[in-house]
Write a protein that binds this ligand. Structure first.
Ligand SMILES: Nc1nc2c(c(=O)[nH]1)N[C@H]1C(S)=C(S)[C@@H](COP(=O)(O)O)O[C@H]1N2
Ligand SMILES: [Mo]
Length: 438
């Protein structure tokens, strides 16, 4: 597991690579062609970060220069309005939430993980003018603005958890390439928008429809406008399920740029990559989509178990669907000290892709015995479920608390890393925290 991508001080970041530091901090894409001065969303972000209403001489401010207002900051700094977040990658921006910051029932935006495959598009000047086109195997292809979506379709608000297919990748050995997510590439948002199904049905889905293909406005890292950063889709039967949404608000706020604002798809329970951000087009196809992230080893796992490190031919790989049962301990924070013999409150959340979580258990003796935790029903289908328990550590010394969720089909989280796969997806092994009793 690599720790070299942990949050770094702003100064250190600028010392290493000033242009990249700019891009990382203020969301600006720099490069030989766009080198120069901050403008647009980047300038707005910098202005907010330095704590002023404006930067009158911004046009003279050189790129790659750390603003003096921030130069003395030590430790973590803010990136895309985030707080306490771990930087797993800076180009593209990938941010992981430490588990203790997932304690809230609904994950605050400032703590919600970010997974980008490409650059950030520019902030939309007129969000309601954002256009989505629906075409392909439909009777009446159309283009619709976000403003019209709000008017024409029933607005709903739902909680739903969103998890990256590669969450937990850091646990696999040998280590697959990709972001070394530990456990925090997951969050539970409160999303407002309309049903994806209503929009697809308005276009009249034909019987020849097999799969959706999602396109977004984010630029490919190469800068090549012909290439997609990510373009995935889902089987049409899945797309037409009730819980999927076109989202324009998150936690009661306009959907932030980092999370796909002004408009994204949400397919809860499936790998996060199905939930296209900055969505501009839904192409209904007569075959499985073959866009960026659909083929080869991307978001696929071997059909049959393989030896760790095996080379798996493409034809033996299958597209991932529902995410597996999983849970996280959000309190206490790992490495806490606790008095022995006294009750210690432990809590967290659990989720199970398309399924529900049926039971939650904790162990303080490395899995030898288990005690049942109290488990809540989800706020609505696809929301994560909260659980809590009191444990008592029998003596002073080092303990680990292990958490194990079981879904309504009887599947439970393994203690060890589950089936190795070339890209390191679907690691739902038990979360463990360290507690030192004194
Ligand atoms: N357009 C676009 N949509 C995207 C991505 C992307 O890179 N581009 N990343 C996907 C992946 S892999 C995940 S896990 C989720 C993460 O959503 P979040 O950044 O809002 O947490 O967005 C998905 N949607
Ligand atoms: Mo992801």
């Amino acid at each position: 597991m690599s720790d070299d991508k942990k949050a770094r001080g702003l100064r250190e970041l600028y010392d290493q690579d000033p242009e990249r530091a700019d891009w990382l901090t203020f969301g600006r894409i720099t490069g030989t062609n766009r080198r120069g001065f901050l403008k647009g969303a980047g300038l707005a972000a910098m202005t907010a970060a330095v704590g002023a209403a404006s930067i009158p001489f911004a046009r003279h401010m050189p790129g790659g220069l750390i603003p003096a207002a921030l130069a003395d900051e030590v430790g973590n700094f803010e990136i895309l309005g985030k707080e306490g977040i771990i930087i797993r990658n800076d180009r593209p921006v990938n941010l992981e939430t430490p588990p203790h910051l997932l304690d809230d029932d609904v994950t605050p935006i400032r703590h919600f993980f970010v997974r980008n495959n490409g650059g950030l598009p520019d902030e939309a000047a007129d969000p309601d003018g954002w256009t989505l086109s629906v075409d392909g195997e439909v009777d009446e292809p159309f283009e619709i603005t976000l403003g019209e979506l709000r008017e024409r379709f029933e607005t709903i608000t739902r909680q739903a958890q969103l998890e990256c297919g590669g969450n937990g990748r850091a646990g696999f050995n040998p280590s697959p390439r990709g972001n070394q997510w530990v456990i925090g590439a997951v969050g539970n948002g409160e999303w407002t928008g309309c049903r994806l199904k209503d929009v697809l049905e308005a276009a009249g889905v034909r019987s020849s429809a097999v799969y959706t293909a999602h396109y977004g406005a984010d630029p490919h890292l190469s800068g090549d406008p012909e290439r997609e950063a990510l373009s995935r889709g889902v089987p049409i039967e899945k797309a037409l399920e009730e819980q999927n949404m076109l989202v324009w608000e998150m936690n009661g706020e306009p959907l932030p740029l980092a999370h796909g604002g002004p408009l994204r798809i949400l397919v809860p329970g499936w790998p996060g990559s199905c939930s296209q951000k900055w969505v501009t087009r839904i192409w209904v196809r007569d075959r499985e989509h073959d866009g960026q992230g659909m083929t080869g080893h991307s978001y696929r796992v071997p059909r049959h178990p393989v030896e760790p490190g095996a080379e798996v031919p493409d034809e033996d790989m299958v597209v991932m669907e529902s995410m597996p049962v999983k849970s996280v301990i959000t309190h206490p924070q790992t490495r806490v000290e606790a008095p022995s013999g006294e009750a210690l409150a432990v809590r967290g959340h659990a989720w199970a892709g398309d399924r529900q979580v049926a039971a939650m258990h904790l162990s303080i003796d490395f899995g030898a015995t288990w005690q049942e935790a109290e488990l809540d029903e989800p706020a609505n289908p696809y929301a994560w479920q909260h659980w809590r328990a009191e444990i008592a550590l029998p003596s002073p010394g080092y303990f680990e608390v292990w958490a194990r969720a079981t879904d309504d089909h009887g599947d439970m989280q393994p203690a060890v890393v589950p089936g190795w796969n070339p890209r390191g997806y679907l690691n739902n092994s038990q979360h463990r925290i360290a507690v030192v009793a004194v």
